[in-house]
Design a protein around this ligand. Sequence first.
Ligand SMILES: Nc1ncnc2c1ncn2[C@@H]1O[C@H](COP(=O)(O)OP(=O)(O)O)[C@@H](O)[C@H]1O
Ligand code: SF4
Ligand SMILES: [Mg+2]
Length: 304
Amino acid sequence: MVPANLISVVDLHLSLGGMPILRGINLAIEQGDVLGIVGESAMGKSTLGRCLVGLERPSSGSVRFLGDDVHAKRFRTSPGRRALQFLFQDPTSALDPKATVERTLREALGAAEGQVACSTAAIEALLADVGLDAKYVRRFPHQLSVGERQRLCLARVLALRPRVVVADEPTSALDVIVKTEIAQQLRMLADREITLVLISHDLPMVRRLCSAVVVLFAGRVVECGSVEEVLESPAHPYTRALLAVESSADSSAISASGCAFRPRCRRYAAHHDRRCEDELPDLLELSDDHRIACHQDDSGAAPR
Ligand SMILES: Nc1ncnc2c1ncn2[C@@H]1O[C@H](COP(=O)(O)OP(=O)(O)O)[C@@H](O)[C@H]1O
Ligand code: SF4
Ligand SMILES: [Mg+2]
């Protein structure tokens, strides 16, 4: 039997209030991957991240963790559910304002390993892991800075001994120095063989931390592959615009027919390929670790 991917996403669709948010996502995530999910705001990144850990239910398609459907009731109520953790963008709303640092971590350790694991030493070890002083145990979230709150959230995630952590813009609420420190701590996850999915519009951070990257536009993957391929040699006009290699027309329009990116696409403006108007481009391989969804490139006629 072929071993299952750590996570496999198959033809995932999700609509909210009748609006399609995710439109046919296929992804395979392997153990030890550090996968970046990038794209402008409202492209579906957070929604996809929540689907990956079972927090949001898709309209159709599936997310499997080691072969198990993460949205099945059996999985959601199983101890294995802990293996998938989400680090929220806003640490303040993710924490219970009435729980001390100690209680927050004690509860997480207890959930993971039973009360035996909730020793003071285990709590201090977690605090040390995320660079928080042991004297913080009696503090409440309001007595911590925003950066310290995000460290506490990370310690809570570590206490749960996850296999996969989806971090949703984990540094967007933080200033530059704290941002760098949290980024270093995220790197620690990889050292512990935790698979990290980093949702971010901070491309330099994705470049530093990630091995692979997925570019989302209007709820679809338009480009994916290794970080070197996608961020150093971007092939899709949208990725090129994100990296400011080329501009895209100043519009937020998304086309309902053909390629969704067409209203902003320089390549289409230059070539007026009819397929861009009529056909949804499939993700096609440019090389072993680089795929894009663009008609112009699959014809080999892509202007560079
Ligand atoms: N609960 C909801 N109900 C309706 N629309 C939503 C809801 N949550 C998100 N959306 C919409 O889904 C789209 C994608 O949102 P999101 O996944 O948060 O994107 P991103 O993380 O890339 O900014 C946005 O257009 C957003 O307005
Ligand atoms: S398929 Fe056409 S419209 Fe879409 S990105 Fe490629 S060239 Fe542009
Ligand atoms: Mg988001």
